[in-house]
Design a protein around this ligand. Structure first.
Ligand code: BGC
Length: 719
């Protein structure tokens, strides 16, 4: 929205959401509030941001007591703000980096001087004390709250629990568990005085080398969205907020501040937006964080189609959108797009916005270059793995003679601002494989089992060495209870019930995006030298990643193109076995909703839980479809040997539909559909069929965010 109001250019979204309460809320300024009252005050600041801030002249006259947040209505509080105050709410207080980076927004000296409420938190918004508006503190996320463990002049250690990473959490296929973990994290966020946890991370595992996959849930949008919704509900049940991030199509870290994700509308809707859509609709989080990258040519935080048309108009999002840290290049465009808060914020951005108010020209703040000591490496990336030590045969023989079982733990780490490599990262090093084989031989010679524990941040190659292991335990990065959890599973004290939230390809070149990931520098910049280390992350060359595989990500590709993975999506072992009864459907003809029921029986000797995955295989029609797609899932309770439980699943129109970019609508084509109750994408136990008598237009959408270039999309050829 861009219109003139009272002679000033009013370019902020003038949203008046029906669910936003305009009446006074019971809140007090943070400085004299009790924790719960403070939370209420924070929520009202959020409301200020939700409704947008019309940039008009302040209405409260001199000498009058200004209205207080919590005492007056939001309209009165907004009406009393000066333009500068309004802008201050929309631009964060900046980040106190130990060095200045040329071109990066900086905090004002006044903001720098304000002591942090929660040292080590990622960012904060401005307070407006005269109106009783407190500052909001935002802290990372996702695997627990990230703060400084020590504080100046304070002998205490500020501990925060290291919780399991998101990938491990989603391996439970248990949104209720995500809710429990979320609530535990939420309590720490609240106790430490932060207001919003910058989590969950929701980008799709497009490729196993994605540097931040460990922070994300899955290659499948349904699992992604439902786990995130559980997590959000858990954290927010403690009275603090969450932020779905990074919205959207941020599947690679390479040149992340200037990388253009070129993706077709169908893959965009069905895969990259779908998880966010589910989480927004199911959990209505306080905030969403827009991504660094461009999507089809527009920076995510500057894309009105993404942040307003889709997020708010189509999905009904009611919270506020913040940028990722230092994202985008035009603060005014961010405001126009519906990006409510610029983080971490800086004086240049505030100045640009204030300058734009009252002029038709959008003035750019002049960025000064000084600034500076530059660290050589990327401080957000972990150190490379320590090379495997040489292990002598005698040492292995001795260990095998003494121990009951051989355990080898393989470690892999990754971080922000860079993706993983294939050699020595996805693939094991020669030394690692040799050690695995030597250990295996040593223990097997003693008649003892040899187990490999994968303590990894992402998918690794397993097909080339797994014959040497009697068991592989995929521990991911379990947080501080790692040792106890691993011991419980190996000893049988706990029967594992996890299933893979992504496929394990047999080799990296099998990955459908292996040719195009993580993208490349645009040809016109190809001659320029790419900055190294930290600077590459903050000031990269403009790049692009073309999502040529379209909707064929993960199992959607392997199962459609008949490429055998090392382990399929949804795969996982248990110490017991389960039998599935018949799959019963409530109707044979689809009339808007179908219920599927299946009875699961524990047929083994120990208690256990089973994840039942419901895949739907669509008829051949005008839209190319994957072999089958996960459309619902459920997990049994802990079943005793011999015990059964019936699980029920609901399939609605959206569960059958695909996004047709030509019609900008979700379409379920007529024909016969097969429903499969399965233990993995490749282990169907029972199936049933129903008919869709005529093609359904399930939901219409806006024709937005199409790619500006033609994408040479991967397509299966049918016989
Ligand atoms: C990351 C976000 C994080 C933010 C604040 C950015 O670099 O991409 O995920 O929340 O920093 O620390």
């Amino acid at each position: 929205m861009c219109q003139r109001a009272n002679g000033r250019l009013d370019f902020l979204p003038l949203r008046r959401l029906p669910t936003v309460r305009q009446e006074p809320v019971s809140a007090m300024p943070a400085s004299h509030a009790s924790p719960s009252r403070e939370r209420a005050a924070i929520r009202s600041v959020s409301l200020l941001l939700f409704v947008g801030l019309p940039l008009m002249t302040a209405s409260s006259g001199a000498g009058q007591t200004p209205p207080q947040l919590g005492g007056a209505s939001l309209d009165e509080v907004i009406g009393a703000m000066t333009v500068e105050e309004k802008v201050s709410l929309l631009v964060g207080m900046g980040m106190n980096l130990p060095f200045d980076i040329p071109g990066l927004p900086r905090p004002s000296p006044e903001d720098r001087a304000v002591p942090e409420k929660v040292p080590g938190a990622a960012g904060r918004t401005h307070a407006i004390e005269r109106l009783g508006i407190p500052s909001i503190t935002l802290a990372d996320g996702p695997a627990g709250i990230r703060i400084d463990p020590t504080r100046e002049g304070d002998a205490r250690t500020y501990h925060a629990t290291a919780f399991p990473v998101a990938t491990l959490l989603s391996s439970s296929w248990d949104p209720a568990l995500a809710e429990t973990v979320g609530a535990a994290i939420g309590r720490q966020v609240r106790e430490y005085g932060a207001d919003v946890l910058l989590a969950p991370g929701m980008n799709l595992h497009r490729n196993p080398l994605g540097g931040r996959n460990f922070e994300y849930y899955s290659e499948d949008p349904l699992l992604n969205g439902r786990m995130a919704a559980g997590f959000v509900n858990g954290v927010e049940s403690e009275g603090v907020g969450t932020s779905l991030k990074h919205f959207a199509v941020n599947s690679q870290e390479f040149n992340r501040l200037k990388s253009n994700s070129i993706v077709g509308q169908r893959a965009l809707r069905e895969l990259y937006l779908r998880g966010f859509e589910i989480a927004v609709k199911e959990a209505q989080p306080w905030t969403v964080m827009s991504a660094y990258n461009l999507v089809n040519g527009t920076y995510a935080p500057q894309d009105r189609d993404l942040l307003t048309t889709i997020l708010r108009d189509e999905w009904g999002f009611e919270g506020f959108v913040m940028t990722d840290w230092f994202a985008g290049d035009d603060p005014v465009a961010m405001m126009r797009a519906g990006n409510d808060v610029i983080m971490p914020g800086g004086v240049q951005q505030s100045a640009a916005i204030v300058a734009a108010v009252g002029s038709d020209e959008l003035s750019e703040a002049q960025l000064e270059a000084e600034e500076a000591h530059r660290p050589p490496g990327n401080i957000l990336m972990p150190a490379p793995p320590i090379p495997e030590m040489e292990t002598e045969a005698a040492l292995i023989r001795g260990a095998a003679a003494r121990a009951d079982v051989g355990l080898y733990s393989l470690g892999r780490n990754s971080g922000e601002g860079g993706d993983r490599g294939v050699e020595g990262d996805f693939d094991l090093t020669v030394a690692e494989v040799a050690l695995i084989r030597d250990l295996s031989q040593g223990f097997r010679a003693e008649g003892k089992p040899f187990v490999v524990v994968l303590n990894v941040a992402g998918v690794t190659e397993v097909a080339g060495w797994r014959d040497a292991a009697d068991a592989i335990l995929l521990a991911w990065q379990p947080g501080q209870e790692a040792g106890n959890a691993i011991a419980d599973v190996l000893s049988g004290a706990v029967n594992p019930s996890g299933k893979l939230p992504m496929s394990f390809p047999a080799q990296y070149t099998d990955v459908p995006s292996s040719r195009t990931f993580p993208g490349q520098v645009l040809p016109e910049y190809a001659d320029q030298e790419q900055p190294a280390g930290f600077m590459a992350m903050l000031n990269p060359l403009p790049s692009q990643a073309v999502y040529e595989e379209g909707i064929f990500v993960g199992y959607r590709y392997y199962d459609t193109f008949d490429v055998e993975p090392a382990y399929p999506f949804g795969y996982g072992l248990s110490y017991t076995t389960f039998e599935y009864g018949d799959l019963e459907l409530s109707e044979a003809r689809f009339g808007g909703e179908i219920t599927a029921r299946v009875m699961v029986t524990n047929t083994g000797d120990v208690p256990g839980r089973e994840v039942v995955q419901l895949y739907v295989s669509a008829p051949r029609g005008s839209l190319v479809k994957p072999e089958a797609e996960l459309r619902a899932f459920a997990k049994t309770r802990l079943l005793q040997p011999g015990e059964s439980q019936t699980l029920a699943f609901t399939l609605d129109g959206r569960s059958l539909a695909s996004f047709d970019p030509d019609r900008s609508a979700w379409i379920a084509e007529a024909g016969e559909y097969e429903v499969r109750a399965a233990a993995s994408s490749r282990d169907t136990r029972v199936r049933a069929r129903f008919a869709v008598p005529e093609t359904l237009v399930v939901e219409e959408a806006h024709d937005v965010m199409g790619p500006e270039v033609e994408i040479d999309l991967l397509r299966p050829t049918y016989d």
